[in-house]
Design a protein around this ligand. Structure first.
Ligand code: ATP
Ligand code: MG
Ligand code: MG
Ligand code: MG
Length: 560
């Protein structure tokens, strides 16, 4: 492809609302454009990288024995109502009606859709197991679309669904996908961790998340280096706790309405600012975070401030009458009205007068008692650890990291087949529910994870497997016939040999060409400059950026 013909609207300036590198560079390199909040157009270079990822995913899915199909992005409401997720997804689902007032949604995922497809088609155990997938646009009306195509409202996801006859064969299918995912993310050259996840709204009996490590990630994981221990923040049987303030005198200040900065909170609690920031980070996700802290009221309040004390949150204790008022509100669902999965240390169940709260001001309670006011899963060994603590029974320590969730696999069991009454007939002619799994890869999000891990100040540094083009030939001065002739010759030879190659034949200043080249991040580069008459070029890689003067033939050999 000739840059003189390529639609590549690069930008010199950093776009204003781009907070992270991938968002900034995708815009600046002319790879994506925003159409509406969380809705993007993929331009030629960006779309090529997206398709590269799609094809890697497709290749590994096919090799793993999965079969590609394509279901509509529009899904009928009935199946979501049957499974109970029409309500559960809530405002995150884009809902619509046709001219006859029939309700639909734009699919945020497709467990129900695939289940009903198989329910109506597969009758016998002889047709099982099955593994079907699609690469389809998904829609989620995210509360906070951000970071460009990292958290978009329209995005591309590969979603696969397996259908089996028993928990054991489901496990085999699940591990088959687990391994396929390792191959996919290895081929994307991502630095990632696999951690146990929380099944959340998906339901089922087990899950793993594939997390590309990045400080800009919205997820927090706890892991050990060998991979022996790994869990998402929600799932981890660990809770980051702050050391307690030393004596009550220190706690007086809590009664001022807010500690509005991490510094204030950290100073007040006499704890390390970084630890404090981490604790606040952990607790202030998009999800309501619950903190359960035994002890007396003042101390609890101090801790709550530590966890939730930002300017946005009004931290104060609620009066008993206010709690009563909340409890008597219509729609109050649980002991505390909070629909959140909770794991408790057994010790918590034996303590009185806990402070419980989420990161919203309406949700703080004092004098709460386990059993009477809240319930959850009780475990014997909820560990209260900080980063660097030893993982029991190993030589390793717990590490905390941020990352981008690029993939998620779930054992669903019979949750959806039961809800949608999807059965097959076994050897004895008896109807049984399918054992299901579901498996997602964020295709467009993976592009952002690759860039977060591969960039410098000047732009993207694509790994070959995801690069929109593998090589670029730059003609420094298009008025110089020798340079043009050599550039054209190399370009044509590489193209003939099947290399995906760009030729910068634009009538631009060299500075512009070099800047653009760094920005769009093509991995292998040949520069045709002053020595073109002698067939000498400069060869470099985007990662090393070091030029070597070699013959054109040698440079071509390097690329092939
Ligand atoms: P998150 O925790 O980031 O909100 P999720 O757990 O809700 O993601 P899943 O339902 O597990 O997402 O969907 C499978 C995959 O789809 C995710 O692992 C992620 O890579 C991708 N994905 C989910 N939401 C978005 C989004 N808003 N924009 C881009 N990709 C997304
Ligand atoms: Mg989500
Ligand atoms: Mg998630
Ligand atoms: Mg997920």
């Amino acid at each position: 492809m000739r840059l003189s013909k390529l639609y590549m609207p690069t930008l010199r300036e950093d776009p204003q609302d781009a907070e992270i590198a991938s968002h900034k560079f995708l815009l600046r390199a002319g790879m994506i454009r925003k159409s509406a909040s969380g809705v993007y157009t993929y331009l030629p270079l960006g779309y090529r990288s997206i398709r590269k990822i799609e094809n890697i995913v497709r290749d590994e899915m096919d090799k793993a024995g999965a079969m590609e199909i394509l279901m509509s992005a529009i899904q009928p409401a009935e199946i979501w109502k049957e499974s109970g997720r029409w309500e559960k997804f809530g405002p995150e689902m884009f809902k619509l009606r046709d001219r006859n007032d029939r309700e639909f949604c734009l699919g945020p995922t497709a467990e129900e859709y695939f289940t009903t497809l198989i329910r109506d088609e597969v009758k016998s155990y002889k047709d099982l197991p099955l593994n079907l997938y699609q690469i389809q646009t998904k829609y989620r009306d995210e509360k906070r679309p951000r970071f460009g195509i990292n958290r978009a409202r329209e995005f591309s996801m590969k979603d696969a669904y397996t259908f089996d006859t028993s928990p054991e064969t489901l496990h085999t299918a699940y591990m088959n996908m687990y391994e396929a995912y390792e191959k996919i993310f290895d081929r994307l050259e991502l630095d990632y961790k696999i951690v146990e996840g929380d099944n959340g709204a998906m339901g089922g009996t087990g899950s793993h998340e594939f997390i590309a490590l990045s400080e800009t990630g919205e997820g927090v994981i706890v892991y050990s280096e060998s991979g022996k221990f790994g869990a998402t923040e929600e799932k981890a049987p660990v809770e980051y706790i702050l050391p307690q303030a030393e004596d009550k005198k220190d706690l007086e200040k809590v009664h001022t309405p807010n500690a509005s900065t991490i510094e204030e909170v950290a100073n007040f609690l006499k704890v390390d600012q970084k630890k404090c920031a981490k604790a606040i980070d952990l607790m202030l996700g998009d999800e309501p975070a619950l903190v359960f802290i035994p002890g007396d009221r003042e101390l609890n309040l101090a801790k709550l401030v530590a966890y939730t004390g930002t300017a946005e949150h009004d931290i104060r204790m609620m009066e008993d009458s206010e709690i009563e008022a909340i409890k008597s509100k219509p729609g109050y669902t649980g002991p505390l009205g909070l629909d959140v999965r909770m794991i408790f240390d057994k010790r918590i169940t034996e303590m009185d007068n806990l402070v419980v709260g989420a990161n919203e001001s309406e949700y703080h309670y004092i004098n709460a008692n386990y059993g009477r006011d809240f319930e959850g899963e009780v475990v014997d060994d909820l560990l209260l650890v900080a980063e660097g603590d030893k993982v029991p029974g190993t030589d390793e320590v717990y590490k905390f990291a941020r990352g981008i969730e690029v993939g998620n696999i779930f054992k669903l069991g019979t949750k959806y087949s039961e809800a949608l009454n999807a059965t097959y007939l076994d050897e004895n002619g008896k109807a049984n529910y399918f054992y299901m799994g579901s498996y997602g890869v964020g295709v467009t999000r993976s592009v952002t994870a690759v860039i977060e891990q591969n960039h410098d100040d000047n732009g993207i540094i694509w790994p070959i497997s995801v690069a929109p083009y593998e090589a670029i030939v730059t003609i420094v001065n298009t008025k110089d016939e020798e340079q043009v002739a050599l550039g054209e010759k190399i370009y044509k030879e590489l193209e003939a040999k099947g290399v995906e190659v760009l030729l910068d034949d634009r009538k631009e200043r060299p500075g512009v060409k070099f800047k653009d080249r760094d920005l769009i991040g093509i991995p292998l580069r040949i520069t045709c400059g002053k020595k073109s008459g002698e067939s000498i070029v400069e060869y470099s890689t985007r990662r090393e950026m070091e030029n070597s003067e070699i013959s054109a033939d040698e440079a071509i050999k390097n690329i092939l």
